[in-house]
Ligand binder design. Structure first.
Ligand code: CMC
Length: 434
């Protein structure tokens, strides 16, 4: 990555009567940032920013979010346009390389990904070692990390070609791993990848085909799946992406870094929210119980939150949620699902929350996870697979960001500091005297 930040101003900070100047940098759009890298050297002070709400951890040219406007751009292209016109593999190429592919580049990239879909056969034994009731995310997390034990020929992160091979392997094998985890969890035999199908079709087949019957992919459902992958492909420096970058900053291999990202994504505040949201809608059970749950969400003494609402960055409607809402209606229509009590509850809940002063004042809007659970369950996925699908799609964002970090000459190992409030130095007390 060619660094492009420019100094546009200076900030002055006065400590104990002494004033220090710190450069202010601007990017191509979005807020500028004060460079505090020398702050400790100059003043002996650290910055304190739990949750990194005011911290840029990196320069990046991949994804831009304007949370106030509800805008999400991949390499400058609005998410709505990509979801409407692009495909997941084309979007993957865009995220990694920075430009939409030409026809030749697109064919080549698609062929490469398609030809890497199979897993090393010994990985099958890994799955057989998992407990029958293992959560699919546990299997995916373990298996992705284990890829580093199988693909030694692409672990040298200093070698551009090996980095490319690892990225391609991860994008190509993630659907195979995700589908395998699903099949294992329901006790069905492995369905191998079918390279005559496109990315989303192949994934659906690996999940839902059985060896005893012919499987026809529904193109409308495959298209919806592909859109869902595009919507989840990247989201700048979120928790899991920052985890991947932090793991990668030490020089760890790509499979280990992506496994770290999968682990971080699993939490209910991040990728686990779609599962938690659908469970919440089921728990609400009927439209007349919505006020009770809204009241609980507003009660400071109740830890309950409306899952699928609120976002660290979006203080407006999450643009992905809008596309997801449309996709939900398309899928339910295609599947002939006319009565969906869960969708009814979701739409009513959205209406009520969007007009409630608590949610309005705090700018809590539906996020991508609000509708994704409904559409994924209509597609036939159990809730335990929702975060797995998110991880599958986000893999392309993770590898793009990991690769960008390694190309960035200013990159250093990530090493935050702390404001220590524990015991100060004291002498050890022998056990007999305690
Ligand atoms: N329901 C009720 N109140 C909420 C909610 C919610 N879903 N989200 C935030 N708030 C309140 C919160 O209680 C706080 O109130 P106060 O200022 O009175 O203490 C205020 O809004 C700010 O919340 P916060 O926790 O400081 O905000 P955050 O930026 O740290 O958290 C969040 C962002 C996404 C973790 C949070 O909104 C949340 O827990 N939402 C539900 C989980 C969810 O849907 N997560 C998916 C995020 S989108 C997918 C992804 O990108 O991973």
């Amino acid at each position: 990555m060619e660094n492009k930040i420019k100094q546009t101003n200076i900030a002055k900070i006065t400590v104990d009567g002494k004033t220090y100047e710190l450069p202010i940098y601007s990017g191509s759009t979005g807020p500028s940032a004060i460079d505090v890298r020398n702050l400790h050297k100059l003043t002996g002070l650290f910055t304190f920013d739990i949750g990194y709400t005011s911290t840029c951890s990196t320069e990046s040219q991949i994804t831009f979010i304007d949370g106030g406007k509800g805008q999400l751009l991949y390499r400058g292209y609005p998410i709505e346009q990509l979801a409407e016109h692009s495909t997941f593999l084309e979007t993957s190429y865009l995220l990694i390389h920075g430009e939409l592919p030409t026809k030749d580049q697109s064919t080549k990239f698609t062929n490469i990904i398609t030809n890497h879909t199979m897993l090393h056969e010994q990985i099958e034994r890994f799955f057989n070692g998992f407990r029958r009731d293992a959560h699919p995310m546990a299997m995916v997390c373990g298996t992705v990390g284990a890829l580093s034990a199988f693909y030694h020929d692409s672990l040298d992160i200093e070698d551009n070609e090996q980095r490319d091979i690892s990225m391609h392997r991860l994008i190509a094998k993630m659907p195979t791993i995700a589908a395998r985890a699903y099949k294992y969890s329901i006790g069905q035999p492995t369905i191998y990848p079918d390279n005559s199908l496109n990315y989303a079709e192949n994934f659906l087949k690996m999940c839902f085909a059985v060896p005893t019957e012919k499987y026809e992919v529904n193109p409308i459902i495959a298209d919806a799946m592909d859109k869902i992958f595009i919507l989840h492909a990247d989201h700048e420096q979120n928790a899991s992406t920052s985890t991947v970058r932090l793991a990668g900053s030490s020089g760890a291999n790509p499979f280990a870094c992506i496994a770290a990202g999968v682990a971080c994504l699993w939490g209910p505040s991040h990728g686990g929210a779609n599962e938690a949201c659908l469970n919440m809608l089921k728990e609400i059970g009927s439209v007349d119980r919505i006020p009770e749950f809204i009241a609980r969400a507003k009660d400071r003494n109740d830890p309950f939150r409306l899952m699928g609402f609120g976002h660290r960055v979006y203080k407006n409607y999450d643009p992905r949620a809008k596309v997801m809402q449309k996709t939900t209606h398309a899928v339910l229509g295609e599947l002939g699902i006319k009565d969906s009590p869960i969708l009814d509850i979701a739409m009513e809940l959205e209406k009520i929350a969007l007009n409630d002063p608590y949610f309005v004042e705090k700018k809590l809007y539906p996020n991508v996870d609000f509708y994704s659970g409904i559409v994924l369950s209509a597609l036939g996925f159990p809730t335990s697979m929702f975060t797995v699908l998110f991880a599958l799609a986000r893999t392309v964002g993770w590898v793009s960001q990991w690769n960008e970090m390694l190309e960035d000459k200013t990159q250093r190992i990530g090493r935050p500091r702390q404001l220590y409030t524990g015991a100060t130095s004291r002498d050890y007390i022998p056990l007999a005297n305690r």
